[in-house]
Design a binder for this molecule. Structure first.
Ligand code: ADP
Ligand code: MG
Length: 326
């Protein structure tokens, strides 16, 4: 049974890559790293009920489990190559497990294929539903983007729009269904379930951004990580936060602002750029479709502060998602 499942995963995610000498099926995979490149490696675990709501479609779980990892590679300016998948599946009827695996693998492959990412191995066990994906990508030596290089005076920018995924989660928790309403709920829930890792943007930011992070826990929390790693502070203008028309149509301005500041799961990039290079970066990222919006700047201080639309400093109650908060 387990081996049939692994075969189904292998068939559905097949991806020919020259640098994979031995993929799924032996005791370990063998790969031939390109000479002279550094390897960026990341792993993320998704637990049902914590990282995705119960009832999420298997294909969406497959997509998201890879997307959150590719987003980490994007934030480093790395290009993806290989992945490992550790699946923990609940005990249930064989047909149900098979359906889950088929949907999961198809959702995973839908994102893996356009990026030529090869699934080269993994592990399959029984227990509460949980998925770990590890990814490997390439980056030229010394060119990776980190959280640590920001300078005072650098401009803070973000790709795409913020707050959509957290709004989608709230709509789901309120019982919204994607097949009802005017399409706003469907759009926001899709942003929660099928985030778009900004890989092309990450590559374009190499040698231009001074620091970069992907927004998984919320803008304030994640920009806070850039501040801590760079030994600086930041101020941002709430009026500049990029928000989708769907978010603004479904929620009032304050709720939409708070989703954009503190909601998690957007998987957009937040990065810092010296002022002289901002225009060029914005032109390039606009060409890539995601765009880049300037939202604030880095300061010689501590922490992140937010100016509201009236120019007052904002008290932000919930600064982001922390799994280990009391
Ligand atoms: P071993 O017991 O030697 O670790 P396994 O039976 O766990 O071998 O795995 C057999 C092969 O299938 C290995 O190549 C492993 O990498 C691969 N594999 C197992 N589970 C998965 C999975 N969920 N996704 C992809 N490959 C998997
Ligand atoms: Mg094993």
């Amino acid at each position: 049974m387990e081996f049939q499942l692994i075969d189904r995963i292998r068939e559905r995610t097949a991806q020919g890559r020259e640098d994979v000498r031995l993929g799924i099926g032996d005791d370990a995979a063998l790969v031939a790293p390109p000479p002279g490149q550094e390897i960026a490696i990341a792993i993320d675990t998704l637990v049902e009920g914590v990282h995705f709501p119960q009832g999420t479609a298997p294909a969406d779980i497959g997509w998201k489990s890879l997307a959150v990892n590719l987003s980490d590679l994007a934030a480093m300016g790395a290009s993806p190559a290989w992945a490992l998948l550790a699946l923990t599946l609940p005990t249930q009827a064989a047909a149900q497990t098979r359906d889950f695996i088929d949907g999961f693998a198809d959702g995973f492959a839908a994102l893996a294929q356009p990026h030529r990412l090869a699934l080269i191995g993994g592990d399959t066990t029984r227990g509460a539903l949980s998925i770990s994906v590890a990814v490997h990508g390439f980056v030229p030596p010394g060119k990776a983007l980190t959280r640590a290089g920001a300078r005072a005076g650098d401009v803070v920018l973000v790709t795409g729009t913020l707050g959509d995924a957290a709004a989608g989660l709230q709509l789901l928790q309120q019982g919204a269904r994607i097949d009802e309403g005017d399409g706003r709920a469907a759009y926001l829930i899709e942003r929660l379930n099928r985030p778009t890792p900004r890989l092309a943007a990450g590559l374009a930011l190499r040698e231009r951004a001074s620091a970069c992070i992907d927004i998984s826990d919320g803008l304030l929390a994640d920009l806070g990580h850039i501040c801590a790693a760079s030994g600086l502070g930041a101020e941002i203008d709430a009026a500049l936060l990029p928000r989708s028309s769907m978010l603004l149509g479904a929620f009032d301005d304050v709720a939409a602002r708070d989703f954009a500041l503190s909601g998690g799961d957007d998987y957009e990039l937040c990065f810092t750029v010296p002022p002289a290079r901002v225009a060029e970066v914005q032109t390039d990222l606009a060409r890539m479709g995601c765009g880049a919006t300037r939202i604030g700047r880095m300061l010689e201080s501590d922490g992140v502060r937010v100016r509201d639309v009236h120019g007052q400093w904002l008290e932000v109650a919930r600064r982001g998602w922390d799994h280990f908060a009391a």
